[in-house]
Design a binder for this molecule. Structure first.
Ligand code: ADP
Length: 344
């Protein structure tokens, strides 16, 4: 610590400050310790009681000086601290952060590339198996070929999910903004799942808000993917009862007639009467590779990636996703997404 006059001259100092001054320049002025400040600033500080802070490097060490004006006494107090260690830790942390970010991005890019490379031969395996199944195979050969086909399908599903996730994590997922018919997108998705609904003998119903516009501007295929995941899960985790799809407004619109170009928030709900999710698991199911019950994987298959991807997609769209559930009674997933009304 030291004391300085209005002119910046040092009037009193302790031994540590003396030592520092000797190494700095030896001049008995505050400007040799705080070279970045101007004499007017010191004067102003002393008169007003303000403060000035400055970092100076002296012989490889970083010192932080704070000058505090004492208007009643007519001089200023200067405190100095050796902050070299803080600065070094800070710069090491910064370097580590940059390195970690680069590594993460490289990993995601690698995964995205790999998944892409794997998809091409996988499509070959699937296409050829389909052709093979159309040739005259005996029962045993047909069973084997069908098993190849099923395995290839689940592998491809997994690869596609990893590809999506790595794309999202590498910040490379871009969404379409095209006009699309939300209701027919939902109907197409249901059609893809119809055979699973029939096999399980589930009651399925769709409820669409009466005044809901048909066309929106958005990303139809990613919307379909979210719907497919939620409906697929609802069917997968429900043995008896029903699965319901509701599409409506998150907030009832004030206007009777919605103008094209208007932004509205759509609420999509998928409700089932299935096995449900325990309360402590509910928040975690949107994380990567998380499945509510590890025995479920063996029983139901799946990767634990579907909901993670859906959440990321919904958030990219500027929306949100939530789940409500009661064990053994059923689950409801609610998705809110902002969409622009389109003309047709
Ligand atoms: P996957 O279905 O491939 O396991 P998801 O990310 O889609 O992965 O789902 C994660 C987990 O959330 C599932 O494994 C399951 O435990 C739970 N879950 C999702 N949807 C439902 C549902 N409708 N009913 C009960 N559990 C569900």
């Amino acid at each position: 610590t030291l004391q300085v006059t209005v002119e910046g001259k040092i009037s009193q100092l302790n031994p540590a400050a003396r030592k520092l001054l000797d190494t700095a320049s030896g001049a008995m002025s505050v400007f040799s310790l705080m070279p970045d400040i101007r004499p007017e600033e010191v004067e102003e500080c002393v008169n007003s009681g303000g403060s000035l802070t400055n970092e100076t490097e002296i012989e490889g060490r970083v010192f932080q000086f704070t000058l505090l004006g004492m208007p009643k006494l007519g001089w200023a107090h200067v405190y100095g601290f050796d902050v070299s260690l803080f600065r070094e830790i800070e710069s090491r942390l910064k370097a580590a952060k940059v390195k970690a970010e680069v590594t993460t991005r490289m990993k995601s890019e690698f995964l995205a590339n790999m998944s892409h490379e794997i998809r091409t031969p996988m499509n070959g395996v699937m296409g050829m198996t389909t052709l093979l199944l159309e040739t005259g195979l005996n029962k045993e050969q047909k069973d084997y070929a069908e098993l190849i086909q099923q395995s290839a399908e689940s592998l491809l599903e997994l690869i596609n999910e990893i590809l999506d996730l790595s794309k999202i994590e590498a910040g490379k997922m871009t969404l379409d903004a095209a006009p699309f018919n939300l209701i027919s997108t939902a109907e197409q998705t249901v059609r893809l799942l119809q055979s699973r609904i029939n096999t399980k003998n589930l009651q399925f119903s769709t409820d669409i808000a009466p005044r809901l516009p048909k066309s929106f501007i958005g990303d139809p295929s990613r919307t379909r993917q979210i719907l497919f995941n939620l409906l697929g899960n609802a069917i997968k985790f429900t043995e008896k009862g029903s699965v319901q799809l509701r599409i409506g407004f998150a907030h009832p619109p004030k206007d009777q007639n919605l103008a094209s170009g208007q932004d509205i928030r759509i609420l999509i709900e998928v409700q089932d009467t299935g096995i449900g999710i325990a309360e402590d698991q509910l928040a975690k199911i949107f994380e990567n590779f998380v499945q509510a019950d590890s025995s479920a994987t063996r029983q139901f298959g799946g990767t634990g990636l579907g909901l993670a991807i859906s959440r990321q997609l919904v958030e990219l769209m500027g929306g949100s996703i939530q789940a409500q559930s009661k064990l053994t009674e059923g689950t409801t997933f609610s998705v809110e997404i902002p969409l622009k009304v389109a003309t047709h």
